[in-house]
Design a protein around this ligand. Structure first.
Ligand SMILES: [Zn+2]
Length: 251
């Protein structure tokens, strides 16, 4: 069976200082839950110039004072860059932490340090590998950091799904994807905190399969990056369900 190329490193299990809910078990459970659908590839950390594509010198300097955080966050951004490059050929997934969508040009927040999605897309744009990109953020929370970084860049469109019911989630998703095929790449900020047993209380495990399939059908040059998701016992099952949907769309 075809597998999804997934950027992952055991270094994401580093127990760097952060909030309790954003802990290494998130990655551990997903890693063991998706083994039959994922082909793991080890990324390299991103460079300082990659970080500077999206973040101020002051912010980079502040994070760099906390070595474990800086090293893991740079590796996460490197995993996102690698996944975005793979997506030019086939769908991919970045199984990384810390998440990134609440990190803006000169601020951090919400357990995020560097904006993995924005860095990955600015890297592709900077190397003339794409001319434009669409980001669809399906995390429970608004991707304020991503918006902050990309709002002044006409090459990148950012759409956030902010739904208060399962039905509205899918209708907003369809709306967000209606012209997705017109973009050179589609990136999804993938949060599982919308899950019925997580903070959002909206979606069930099978719904993630439908979402993965909708996204990868909308544009085959598709990648996703892990953002939130804190109901650890079912994170592996939900991620597997999402990746199965992606595989279905590209089979
Ligand atoms: Zn979230």
């Amino acid at each position: 069976m075809k597998k999804i190329k997934t950027t992952y490193s055991p270094s994401f299990l580093t127990d760097y200082p952060t909030v309790d809910c954003e802990n290494p078990d998130r990655i551990k459970f997903i890693h063991s839950g998706i083994k039959d659908v994922a082909e793991f590839i080890e990324p390299e950390p991103c460079t300082l110039s990659d970080l500077a594509l999206c973040h101020s010198e002051e912010l980079i300097e502040t994070v760099s004072r906390r070595k474990e955080v800086f090293d893991t966050a740079s590796l996460a951004a490197g995993g996102a860059i690698m996944a975005a490059r793979i997506a030019l050929v086939e769908p991919s997934f970045a199984l990384v932490r810390p998440p990134g969508h609440h990190a803006g040009h000169d601020f951090n927040g919400g357990f995020c340090f560097f904006n993995n999605m924005a860095i990955a897309l600015k890297d592709l744009l900077g190397h003339d590998m794409i001319e434009n990109a669409l980001i669809v953020d399906i995390d429970l929370h608004y991707g304020n950091g991503t918006y902050d970084i990309v709002r002044s860049d006409p090459r990148i469109s950012f759409r956030n799904i902010d739904a208060h019911s399962r039905e509205s989630f899918f209708s907003y998703l369809d709306e967000a994807l209606k012209d997705a095929a017109d973009y050179d790449i589609l990136g999804c900020s993938l949060g599982f905190d919308t899950y019925i047993r997580d903070w959002g209380g909206l979606l069930n495990t099978g719904d993630y399969r439908r979402i993965g399939s909708s996204l990868a059908s909308a544009n085959p040059r598709f990648f996703s990056i892990l953002e939130g998701g804190y109901y650890i016992a079912d994170l592996g099952t939900n991620t597997r369900s999402f990746l199965k949907g992606v595989l279905e769309a590209c089979s």
